[in-house]
Design a protein around this ligand. Structure first.
Ligand code: AMP
Ligand code: MN
Ligand code: MN
Length: 326
């Protein structure tokens, strides 16, 4: 169900009534998580609210270029809040330790997200799976309320739009999100700079990781997969914070219908799923205890790489067969 007039009004009222607001987004934050969080934080500060922003372990280094990213706390140990705003998180667990703290110390919870797998947690929900990014929904709230748009807020929101649409390339890209991008540019957000700092860059460590991981790539009946081991990560001097965007690259292979990248963590495996249009990995991600969108999803499974492959690959094959039979 899309947000109705009363949901927008409930969100506006809750914000108007709050003095202290906690804004949070998901663990391993991406550009939309940090962009929508900083956009929301900036809007709230403009309204004179006392704003606390946090994500587990803080923002990743590659998003530190965003204005005011230094306000984001890596953990929470004190504070009581009138309102908690959860951004770009499909469920409470995705908010990590800061989410657990926030839930226990906030009177009201606003769930603002675009994942179709959203569990509808919180007192107020602005959940719109048709939005290409959570940043788009923050912009819609701003339009609804008539709040003013500063350059810093526009910068943050455009970063969310750009990163979640991979530079306006994903199939969900529509004229509406381009119109929003135009409005954000008119408010001072530098599109080429955001593109350059998010999509058109990589660290040498990531290239090293690809060099390690590419020999593991397999393609069989439309299913392309690869594995990143702890050894590969050590070799590249990377921790758990990156997946090197390998999975986005693999799904672009002509013969691929579904792409899966397994990344070995100390006692678990992070699984990244991508699909070509016509195939749905969102439900697979959710069925495996994670979540996501139709074309991009993921989950984390306890156990070894071999166990994760045995569990996920047959399900991915089934999902290709289901898509093929449509
Ligand atoms: P990733 O492969 O990590 O880039 O994730 C792709 C998308 O899947 C993300 O934008 C999330 O929406 C979702 N996702 C990934 N991992 C998880 C997880 N453990 N739980 C819920 N959703 C996830
Ligand atoms: Mn995200
Ligand atoms: Mn998002």
């Amino acid at each position: 169900m899309l947000p109705a007039e009363r949901d927008w009004q409930a969100a506006a009222d809750a914000i108007a009534a709050a003095r202290t607001v906690l804004v949070l987004s998901h663990v391993s934050p991406d550009g939309d998580a940090i962009g929508s969080l900083l956009g929301m934080a900036g809007l709230l500060r403009g309204l004179g609210k006392n704003v606390t922003a946090a994500v587990d372990e803080g923002p990743p280094e590659e998003l530190a270029f965003l204005p005011k990213s230094q306000i984001i706390l890596p953990s929470l140990a004190r504070g009581e809040f009138d309102l908690m705003v959860a951004l770009d998180a499909g469920d409470i667990e995705r908010l990590g330790a800061v989410g657990a703290y926030g839930l226990a110390h906030s009177r009201h919870v606003l769930n603002l997200d675009h994942h179709p797998t959203n569990t509808r947690f919180g007192h107020i929900q602005l959940v719109n799976p048709a939005a290409v990014a959570t940043a788009e929904i923050v912009y819609d709230l701003l339009q609804y309320t008539g709040w003013s748009l500063s350059r810093d807020v526009a910068y943050a929101l455009l970063t969310g739009l750009v990163t979640d649409t991979l530079g306006f390339r994903i199939p969900a890209t529509n004229s509406r999100c381009l119109a929003i991008a135009q409005a954000l540019m008119e408010a001072g957000a530098p599109l080429p700079e955001i593109m350059a700092r998010t999509l058109n860059r990589r660290s040498f460590a990531e290239v090293t990781l690809w060099r390690q991981a590419l020999p593991s790539v397999r393609l069989e009946d439309g299913l392309i997969s690869a594995a990143i081991t702890q050894g590969d990560l050590r070799q590249a001097r990377l921790g758990k914070e990156t997946n090197g965007e390998l999975v986005n690259y693999l799904v672009e292979v002509d013969e691929a219908k579904v792409a899966v990248v397994f990344k070995e963590l100390p006692r678990a495996v992070k699984v990244s799923l991508r699909a070509k249009p016509g195939y749905d990995v969102g439900r697979l991600g959710a069925a495996l205890g994670g979540g996501g969108h139709v074309l991009a999803a993921g989950c984390t499974l306890a156990g070894t790489l071999a166990q994760a492959r045995e569990r996920v690959l047959p399900l991915a094959r089934e999902l290709i067969a289901a898509g093929d039979s449509l």
